[in-house]
Every structure is written in structure tokens, then in C-alpha cells.
Ligand binder design. Sequence first.
Ligand SMILES: C[S@@+](CC[C@H](N)C(=O)[O-])C[C@H]1O[C@@H](n2cnc3c(N)ncnc32)[C@H](O)[C@@H]1O
Length: 88
Amino acid sequence: MLQGAVISEDMVKDGYEDIMNIDISSVAIELMRTKYEHFPQLKYLQMDFRDMSFFSDDTFDCIIDKGTLDSLMVWKVSCCFIAITLLI
Ligand SMILES: C[S@@+](CC[C@H](N)C(=O)[O-])C[C@H]1O[C@@H](n2cnc3c(N)ncnc32)[C@H](O)[C@@H]1O
């Protein structure tokens, strides 16, 4: 979640007002709570995403899986790296 926090911060700057961030690591959650304590729009909860029963079905308008985004972004960066390598 650490780099993912930047997404949440950017979403607040874009006008989103209520963002729940979760991570199974209490250390990560405490770090992010401290770092973003001046962002009341960001909430942090230590929990396992495999059991989201804590939330009712209509709690969220949208859920972002940062791990999937990371995979896509790594792919994009990798393609650039391969292209540059081939040019050299
Ligand atoms: C490698 S980190 C990357 C985080 C994110 N991609 C980012 O850039 O901030 C993966 C995160 O997933 C969390 N994680 C692993 N299993 C989890 C689970 N079952 N529920 C919630 N978070 C989990 C870890 O604690 C860790 O903070």
C-alpha cells in the first residue's frame, strides 16, 4: 500500500472526499495514518481483503486493486525498457 498511497492522495487532490484504504499490515496502516493525518478524506483500516464482510454490499462506489494496476504499469515500463535496449 505504500506507493499506492500516492494514488489516494492524488484522488483527494482530484476531489474525492471519502477514500478507504486497507492493508493486512498494521505497520503499513500506521505509517499511512501518520503520513496522511492531515488528509481527513483518507481512512485506513487493517484488514484482509479476502474477507470484506465487514462492509455491507453497497458501501463502495468503486474498488481499486492497486496490485493489478502495478502489473499493468510494470508491463508498460518493461516494454519501454525493451524498446530502448533494442535501439542501443
Ligand atoms: C508489495 S506491497 C505493494 C503495495 C501497493 N502495490 C503499493 O504500491 O502501494 C503489497 C501490499 O499488499 C498487502 N497485502 C498482502 N496480502 C494482503 C491481504 N490479504 N489483504 C490486504 N492487504 C494485503 C501487503 O501488506 C503489502 O502492503
